[in-house]
Design a protein around this ligand. Structure first.
Ligand code: SAH
Length: 221
């Protein structure tokens, strides 16, 4: 390793630790913080923006999509209260970073992505990092992934116009979902819990995500 790349590796590690300390002010789940201190976010962003990997903001990952802001990622992950036994569904693989976080905290992760190029690159990154409990699928017409349902937890990392019934159906009793719901430009991050009978929901925070596209969500344009 040359002097320059060794220096940048050290800088990134220090930046990662600083970011986690910042997150600690608002995120209390130590397991979530530990995992974010471990996973190299720089491996999930384009080479040209590696130096920005530990800024607390979303970054472009190509195809008009973004890797989400670390704070929102931490908040969504914490809300799912994973203990390690769960089967989790993620919608919107994107870079694969959120899937890696979930895979460290749950038993199995199924993640779907509608853009083939992103599916491929996320798969490659996750394989390189050695994850064996993540399955990445190219999204089908129906939201989610019926073939593996039900899920103990569902995380939707793109914004929906309403809570999709198709996804509620894919939750176990006691299963929880986090999903941004609102307009194409701004949303509320909702937490939905499936109970024996019916569902309860609460609003976690205002947020801004790229649109969830498909039947039961937004149309392409
Ligand atoms: N979780 C990602 C960020 C994803 S951005 C990460 O950690 O990097 C949201 C992603 O959702 C985009 O890549 C977009 O293509 C994808 N998406 C949009 N509609 C979708 C759908 N119906 N099913 C699966 N993925 C979808």
């Amino acid at each position: 390793m040359g002097a320059v790349s060794r220096r940048s590796t050290v800088n990134l590690k220090a930046a990662r630790e600083r970011l986690v300390e910042e997150l600690r002010r608002e995120i209390s789940d130590e397991r979530v913080l530990r995992v974010m201190a471990k996973i190299p976010r720089e491996a999930f962003v384009p080479r040209a923006s590696r130096h920005l990997a530990y800024e607390d903001r979303p970054l472009p990952i190509g195809a008009g999509q973004t890797i989400s802001q670390p704070f929102i990622i931490a908040l969504m992950t914490q809300a799912l209260e994973l203990v390690g036994t769960e089967k989790v569904l993620e919608l919107g693989t994107g870079s694969g970073y959120q899937a890696a976080i979930l895979a460290e905290l749950a038993r199995q992760v199924i993640t779907t992505e509608r853009i083939p190029k992103l599916t491929q690159s996320a798969k490659r990154t996750l394989e390189k990092l050695g994850y064996t409990n993540i399955q990445v699928y190219l999204a089908e017409k129906t939201l989610g992934w019926q073939a593996e349902a039900p899920y103990d937890a569902i995380m939707v990392t793109a914004a929906a116009p309403r809570v999709p019934l198709e996804l509620l159906d894919q939750l176990t009793v006691g299963g929880r979902m986090v999903i941004p719901v609102g307009s194409r430009w701004e949303q509320d991050l909702l937490y939905v819990l499936r109970q024996k009978e019916g569902f309860t929901a609460k609003n976690l925070t205002p947020c801004r995500f790229v649109p969830l596209i498909g039947e039961g969500a937004w149309s392409e344009e």
